[in-house]
Design a binder for this molecule. Sequence first.
Ligand code: SAM
Length: 224
Amino acid sequence: MEEDNQEFFWIKSEGEKKLATENLVVGNQVYKEKLITKKGTEYRLWDPFRSKLAAAIMNGLEEFPFRNKSTVLYLGVSTGTTISHISDIVGPSGIIFGVEHASRVARDFLDRVATHRKNIIPILQDARKPKEYFSVFGKVDIVYVDIAQPDQTEIAIANCKMYLKDRGFLFLVIKTRSIDVTKPPKQIVEEEIQRMKPSFDILQTLDLHPYDKDHAIVIARFHN
Ligand code: SAM
């Protein structure tokens, strides 16, 4: 096993080096991912075809600010695949506020992920109404947004203005097709970046191909 850092790991499985996180809840699987124990520590393989943050790492993500004790606001947790790996990374002293508005997926998220992981605080709310997240306290280190909405950039900015620390990081997943199917994806990403520029320094933009079609991720740093 190669230890690149303490946040995520590269583990040999079936003859290939695969991305993994150290399992915070030993024995617990979230999406039937493989569990591998090496030298008494259990790891969960992190599938880049199922998680856009893993796809970003595979595609050359330069800045990875998620670490032990980080605080994160995550918009659009769905059934909890990606947030479960962030939960492994931030560990028992970190906190992730996980926002989801669809009650059907939120129930799955609660059963499969949030009830097992004490560092996740589920918030069943619309990300368009950040003032109504009564359980968020203080400001967070990172805002992660994956909500596939046409106005996702405005939603992300409004959430950052309320809850992100100055110089904190924004990870914004852009589903180019949910914004405008008639425009080329590159143009859409560029337009979203222009919207972010007044409040953010843009660090990197990554296309998530071949792991995810029609998605890009923008990593930016917030300034008031
Ligand atoms: N981030 C997840 C992962 O990697 O495991 C996948 C997220 S999925 C593409 C988008 C999710 O955003 C859906 O579950 C959807 O219900 C949620 N969503 C969309 N609009 C939202 C809103 N306004 N407020 C909260 N959640 C929203």
